[in-house]
Design a protein around this ligand. Structure first.
Ligand SMILES: Nc1nc2c(ncn2[C@@H]2O[C@H](COP(=O)(O)OP(=O)(O)OP(=O)(O)O)[C@@H](O)[C@H]2O)c(=O)[nH]1
Length: 229
């Protein structure tokens, strides 16, 4: 690894928005009604930073791999059912030596995107250990989604899609394969999480519960039929 991505100091990290804020908020260039914290987790080099950059800027960070040091975040406001939902997305370092730093942030997250690399069996095998850590450090009702990233690298695939599906089913979490390079399913992953969190916050007792699995399936069918990403 040739260089390092930047990290936040503790002081900077305390600037985060409070969870489940349901009020019209404004800052220099963003308006939002509700804000949530989402964390990206998974082994080093599975593509967490690239998935975040793809979602935030619509671009792919190719070239030399630069490992994240500590933790960093980016904000993105998305529209969910006429509500402006701000996702504050925390990109964590996958390297073992930063684990104690990132553990401290689990508790504040309302959603966790847990990534493995479909070309790395080791990153997939480590998912169980990540889930153990999540159960230890995160909120009990945190939304978890499993993502098999680098789906564009079919020729080097080391983990079958069915293996990812099976593991996700075992833990009762939604699953999809993504590619930060092609963009496939990246937006869908974040939007599904944003919808789930928004529904949890605004849901009336008589309203039917939002079904994240069904939403993902319906969006996938839509994009398959229309040739969309
Ligand atoms: N082909 C392909 N390469 C990817 C994809 N996502 C990431 N990469 C590459 O994989 C390497 C690691 O990506 P990062 O996003 O930096 O990985 P990370 O999980 O943030 O790694 P840490 O910061 O160490 O935790 C880089 O060289 C990326 O260009 C993808 O979807 N497809």
């Amino acid at each position: 690894m040739s260089a390092r991505k930047t990290s936040l100091t503790d002081k900077q990290s305390k600037n985060g928005t409070s969870k489940y804020v349901l009020e019209r908020c404004a800052s220099i260039n963003e308006y939002y009604d509700v804000a949530f914290k989402v964390m990206l987790l998974g082994d080093s080099s599975v593509g967490k930073t690239c998935v975040l950059v793809r979602f935030k800027d619509g671009a792919f960070l190719g070239g030399n791999f630069i490992a994240t040091v500590g933790i960093d975040f980016r904000n993105k406001v998305v529209d969910v059912d006429n509500l402006k939902v701000k996702l504050q997305i925390w990109d964590t370092a996958g390297q073992e030596r930063f684990r104690s730093v990132t553990h401290a942030y689990y508790r504040d997250a309302q959603a966790l995107l847990l990534l493995y690399d479909i070309t790395s069996k080791a990153s997939f095998d480590n998912i169980r250990a990540w889930l153990t850590e999540i159960h230890e450090y995160a909120q009990k009702d945190v939304v978890i989604m499993l993502l098999g990233n680098k789906a564009d690298m079919a020729a080097e695939r080391a983990v079958k899609k069915e293996e990812g599906e099976r593991l996700a089913k075992e833990y009762g979490v939604p699953f999809m394969e993504t590619s930060a390079k092609s963009g496939v399913n990246v937006e869908l992953a974040f939007l599904a999480v944003a919808k789930e969190l928004k529904h949890r916050t605004t849901q009336q007792p008589n309203e039917p519960k939002f079904q994240i699995h069904e939403y993902i399936e319906s969006q996938r069918q839509k994009s398959a039929c229309c040739g969309l990403k």
